[in-house]
Ligand binder design. Sequence first.
Ligand code: GLY
Ligand code: MN
Length: 491
Amino acid sequence: MALDHVHAPAAASMPAPAERDSRMPKLTLSPGFVRSMQTGWGDADRTPVLPVGAAGAAARHRQRLSDALPGRRVAVASGRAPMRVNDCAYEFRADSDFLWLVGAPIEDAVLVLDPVAGGHDATLYLPAPFRPGDDGFFASALRGELWVGPMPGLGEYAEALAVRTRPIEELVLDDAALVGGTPTATGPAAPALERGERSSELSRVLSELRMFKDEWEIAELRSAIDGTVDGFAVTVREIPAAVRSGGERWLQGTFDRHARTVGSGPGYATIVGSGAHAPTLHWVRADGEVDPEALLLLDMGVERRSGYTADVTRTFPASGVFSPVQREVHDLVERSHRAGLAAVGPGRPWSDFHVACMEVLAHGLDDWGLLGVSVDEALSPDGQQHRRFIVCGVGHHLGLDVHDCSTSSYAAYQGATMAAGMVLTVEPGLYFHAFDETVPPELRGIGVRLEDDLLVTSAGAEVLSDALPIDAVGIEAWMRDSDSRAPGSVS
Ligand code: GLY
Ligand code: MN
């Protein structure tokens, strides 16, 4: 609802509470109306609703950052929701570094770590909500409680997060290294953020710290993955309905509703590709039918309210049974996947699982006469002809971002060895596009990906998403039972 729907007979001009707030239309409201809004409002519960353990985990993360950057003043901004159209914003999702250090998604807030003897002092700068007695209470679509509901403020967050809080208007960044937020900031944090010095070094340090998950983060990821497995069951049992009507979007909406109910929503745009759409790596458009004879690729992840997300892919025969050619492609991807899973472990180069997956795929493509060169040439740095059928990578770090830790240095990420506490995906696939004239017609329009989420342990690796089978026979059996596996089913 737009703010100017408030009936506003010509009268006194009331200044908007924050002129820089682009979401705040200028108002002209009658003095009588303004006066009547000042009184008569009871109390509301403004206790922040935080994931259990989030505040403690954030405090430990702040300590790790403090240890990594002794003597440095650092600032991390939460950001603000992008506008969709004039005064209507998209839903807010806090910057991941901010979530890691604060544990709560507070819009327009900035965490500052000031160096002191023996470490850092943390201060969280945030805007005060507009409550009864403030004009913004009814006039601010951003922070007015009549618009957004009861909002925790400085006092409530100080108590819940055990951190000092100050009004955002007091923020001065000066020499602080800054990350987070948006480069073109508006809103109450904007004046300070505009003068802050963006630091790629701070971004890298945070990214590399976030690569090693602690027990609380691993528990969050486990829950995200378990919720995602449930979401696969909920979605797969809707395949017959989607075939009848609604198509790919019926399934996408089914998973998104599940993710929104058990968590904050999908951790990335849900990929649902039927038939010729399955080979398109990020088919988030999902505007096709579901072909009952074709493969259906589902790449989906629940994001927890803490921000941690899963990222899992399975490819199903929509009919419930793989055709011989679908099965052959799936079997090859499964062999590649198993080789990749077996190559994950502490002390092994990050590239090991990539190499393991690719070797199997190249040999399989050669057996089918699709390489055009020898396997050795394809696997050489100057060859890579097999990548025609898999142009993407076969894994990435996973955490608060689906492609987590992306501002790490090459040495800390692709050039590093795996170590206990890392969580990553392994996701080989084969993608034969419908318009690829180099493959036989029976392969055209077949896309298969298998994606699991793994925790590197001191002894090896744990596949966190192994409640979903990876072999064709297991997938067919799992589909038959998906009805009873879906949460809430009566079995
Ligand atoms: N599941 C989306 C991706 O890894 O790109
Ligand atoms: Mn992935």
